[in-house]
Design a binder for this molecule. Structure first.
Ligand SMILES: C[S@@+](CC[C@H](N)C(=O)[O-])C[C@H]1O[C@@H](n2cnc3c(N)ncnc32)[C@H](O)[C@@H]1O
Length: 234
C-alpha cells in the first residue's frame, strides 16, 4: 500500500460528517443540476481531441459531488471507465443512485480525499476537476496528486468559477441551512467564503507541476486549464 492510501483512510473517517456538503447534499445537488453550467462537451473535446477513448480508458472526477460529470461522461462515452471521488458520503450515495438509475455500468464512486488519492502513480488516463479548488485547504497538494496519478501523456481538465458573487451565494445558503438544521451548530470544514482564484493565481497553481503542455482559457464566468502530462514524465 502506498503511503497516501493510509492517509486517505484516516482523513475520511475523522472528517466525514463535518462538511456543508454532507449536511446539505440535497441543496448542492439542486444547484448542480439547475444552476451551474454544463461543461460536458468542452471536457470531451479537451480530453479526447483526436478520437474517442479506447475501451477501458480510466477517467477520474475529483470532488465529483452528486456525480453530474461522471454520469454525463459515462453516458456520452461508453468506452470510458469513470470513477468519481468525493469526501462527502451523502454525495457519493447520491452519485451512486444517479448512475444506477441511468443503468451506467461504466461509472462508479469512491469515498476518498483528493489530497491523497488511493490510486497508484501513472495509473489514470484522464482527470476532471470542476469547482473543487474553491473550498480545499491545499490546492497545490491536489494538483500534485493529479499529476502523480496521471499516466505519461494523460490529460486533465480543470474548471474554476471566476464570479465571486455567483460562487459565494450557494455556499452562503448552505451555511445558513446548516446552521438552521443542525443542533448544536456543526463545525464545517469548508471556508465561509469560497476562494475564487484570480487568473494569475490560477495560472501559478497549475504551473506548480511540470506539465508537458498546458492551455489556459477564460470566458468571463469560468477559467479553465487543460494539461497534458509529458510522455517522458514517469
Ligand atoms: C463545489 S462542489 C463541486 C462538485 C462538482 N465537481 C461540480 O462541478 O458541481 C465541491 C465538491 O468537492 C468535495 N470535496 C471537498 N473537499 C474534497 C476533498 N479534499 N477530496 C474530495 N472531495 C472533496 C465536496 O464534498 C463537494 O462535493
Amino acid at each position: 500500500m502506498e503511503q497516501s492510501e493510509c492517509e486517505v483512510a484516516d482523513r475520511s473517517l475523522v472528517h466525514q460528517s463535518d462538511s456543508l456538503f454532507e449536511r446539505c447534499s440535497w441543496f448542492y445537488a439542486l444547484c448542480r443540476e439547475y444552476l451551474f453550467r454544463d461543461h460536458t462537451q468542452e471536457i470531451v473535446r479537451s480530453l479526447f481531441p483526436v478520437e474517442p477513448p479506447a475501451p477501458g480508458t480510466k477517467l477520474l472526477e475529483l470532488g465529483c459531488g452528486p456525480g453530474f460529470y461522471a454520469c454525463r461522461l459515462s453516458e456520452e462515452l461508453p468506452t470510458l471507465q469513470t470513477t468519481g471521488v468525493d469526501l462527502s458520503v451523502a454525495l457519493i450515495e447520491r452519485a451512486t443512485s444517479r448512475a444506477k438509475s441511468r443503468q451506467l455500468s461504466n461509472c462508479s464512486f469512491q469515498h476518498a480525499d483528493a489530497h491523497s488519492l488511493p490510486y497508484p502513480s501513472h495509473s489514470i488516463d484522464a482527470v476532471v476537476v470542476s469547482r473543487l479548488f474553491l473550498i480545499v485547504p491545499d490546492k497545490e497538494g491536489i494538483v500534485r496528486e493529479i499529476h502523480r496519478v496521471l499516466r505519461p501523456g494523460g490529460r486533465c481538465f480543470i474548471a474554476e468559477p471566476t464570479s465571486g458573487f455567483r460562487t459565494r451565494l450557494p455556499l452562503a445558503v448552505m451555511w445558513i441551512l446548516s446552521r438552521l438544521t443542525t443542533s448544536p451548530a456543526g463545525k464545517d470544514r469548508e471556508p465561509q467564503v469560497a476562494d475564487v482564484m484570480s487568473r494569475p493565481d490560477f495560472k501559478a497553481l497549475v504551473e506548480t507541476q511540470p506539465w508537458g503542455s498546458m492551455e489556459l482559457e477564460y470566458d468571463g464566468w469560468y477559467q479553465y486549464a487543460v494539461c497534458r502530462k509529458s510522455s517522458t514524465n514517469a
